[in-house]
Write a protein that binds this ligand. Structure first.
Ligand code: TRP
Length: 487
């Protein structure tokens, strides 16, 4: 993968804290285990966010102390040893890194550079998008790979080589992605899968279906059915503003489409019959006190992976390959789908997985729409963008200009730099920024300014395009109808 990835794990060599109250590695190890347990129980008790954050901060601090004292990374279940005997691929009970949590509802890690995505690939059993695959995509579609591919932002896949093999033999495929409409407020992180899906649609010239899971949000959140449906319509405007081709795109709300499509519902019940309660408990962690709507919902997110769920587009064909671009946290749904597919006579969907878009406060967690200060919203004014970046963006810079000039900044933990890897198109410019920041030639304030000046026009243009989206256009995109394509 490329050097530009913001997620290369690097030691934090400049840390000078002292190891309070623990004088031996073993004592510190025990403190760490205890703190890890505390974080887990706070999370499972859905404790107050501030309380969880504070506990996570302390855990992070202890981990750095441990690294400094022992020269080893802390691993849950592996007490310190003189020689580093900790197995690399040991069965970390609960995580990619030992405290990484990645599922459809939670993304968090105690590592400042973010989730360890290589370990996640091993844990999820997917494949890495390596340079060879990126080159192959370039060759097959005949276009320069999207920056999300060049920079490892889409980093993992399932069966992408098969999709390309078939495409080269003139067997085409369709795209499926989605969004859970939990509020009107979408942030820049939400656009990542859509920006990439639009690129795939353009370069492969293929149809696309977009599912808005308003039913899911009703089941999971404290919202009314009508609120969720309303958010689905509002979010659709932002999705359309990404530039999808109306002749090749069908967007649907589950609450509307499920009831109107016998073919879709037939697939839902076929899936439901082939997955047990035990399996969804294992995959999604449902418990006996979750409502039955949640337990059966995964079948509804699985159904669009099968082409005959959309007879107005694909007729009765059930053999058309589906490719799903999504953030890695959605993978559990599609592991289940791929398990069921052959048993009900359908091809398995292929997948392209993205990393998360980090919160302004740092890569320990992803952006959250419910925390205004963690996100850049699509409705933010230029001034709000400037203030948020200046006030809240976690910096990898040093405390004083003198120190920064002398030692340089750490781009790997710097949120402004991470955001630039998502949005700055020019590879050379990005690399120069990384070098200058690392050497100390570029100051934190200057880096922030570059990001602000990248985001402001980008968001303003999105707002302009969204304004052009009329209710009539929304209706057209959401009407079941034939699409234009050759398979
Ligand atoms: N569950 C997803 C969410 O909460 C929405 C979704 C439905 C989705 N189908 C999808 C996302 C397919 C990616 C791909 O955001």
């Amino acid at each position: 993968m490329t050097d530009l990835s913001p997620y290369r794990v690097k030691e934090m060599t400049d840390y000078q804290g002292d190891v309070e109250g623990a004088s031996t590695p073993m004592e510190l190890y025990e403190k760490l285990s205890e703190q890890g347990g505390k974080v887990r129980s706070l999370k499972s008790a859905e404790a107050d966010k501030a309380e969880v954050d504070a506990a996570v901060q302390l855990l992070l601090q202890l981990k750095m102390d441990y690294k400094q004292m022992t020269g080893q990374d802390y691993k849950a279940g592996c007490p310190p040893s003189v020689n580093d005997a900790a197995p690399n691929n040991g069965p970390a009970a609960d995580g990619a890194g030992e405290d990484d949590t990645v599922d459809p509802w939670t993304v968090s890690t105690t590592n400042a550079t973010g989730v360890d995505y290589d370990k996640l690939i091993v844990r999820f059993g997917s494949s890495k998008i390596d340079q060879e695959l990126v080159d192959r995509i370039e060759k097959v579609c005949g276009q320069k790979p999207h920056r999300f591919l060049r920079r490892g932002i889409f980093f993992s896949h399932r069966d992408m080589h098969q999709v390309l093999d078939a495409y080269e033999k003139h067997q085409s495929f369709y795209l499926y992605t989605g969004r859970g409409p939990s509020s009107e407020a979408m942030h820049v992180g939400h656009l990542i899968p859509f920006i990439f899906t639009k690129w795939l649609q353009d370069v492969f010239d293929i149809p696309l279906v977009i599912q808005l899971t308003d039913d899911e949000k009703y089941l999971w959140k404290d919202l009314t059915v009508e609120e969720c449906h309303g958010y689905a319509i509002e979010n659709t405007k932002d999705i359309i503003a990404c530039g999808f081709d109306i002749n090749k795109t069908f967007i649907f709300s589950d609450l509307d489409y499920m009831g109107s499509s016998p073919e879709f519902y037939r697939n839902v019940v076929k899936i439901q019959k082939h997955v047990t309660f035990n399996q969804v408990k294992g995959i999604f962690g449902f418990t006996d006190s979750d409502c039955i709507g949640k337990i059966s919902f995964p079948a509804i997110q699985a159904a669009p992976s099968f082409s005959n769920s959309f007879p107005h587009i694909f007729g009765s064909r059930q053999d058309i390959q589906c490719l799903i671009p999504c953030a890695i946290d959605q993978d559990p749904y599609f592991r289940m789908t791929r398990d069921v597919a052959p048993r009900i006579g359908y091809p398995k969907p292929a997948l392209l997985h993205s990393t998360f878009f980090p919160a302004l406060q740092g890569a320990q967690t992803k952006m959250s729409a419910s925390d205004a200060n963690s996100s850049i919203f699509l409705t933010d004014t230029p001034k709000q963008i400037k203030n948020k970046v200046n006030k809240h963006a976690f910096s990898g810079g040093k405390d004083t200009v003198e120190e920064h000039r002398k030692y340089g900044g750490n781009a790997d933990v710097d949120v402004c730099f991470m955001y630039l890897t998502f949005f700055l198109e020019d590879d050379e410019q990005l690399e120069k920024i990384r070098q200058d920041y690392t050497s100390g030639a570029l100051l934190t304030g200057e880096l922030k300014k570059i990001l602000i000046e990248t985001l402001q026009p980008m968001i303003a243009q999105h707002q302009e395009r969204r304004k052009q989206v009329t209710d009539e256009l929304v209706k057209q995109f959401m009407t079941p109808r034939p699409l234009n394509f050759n398979l």
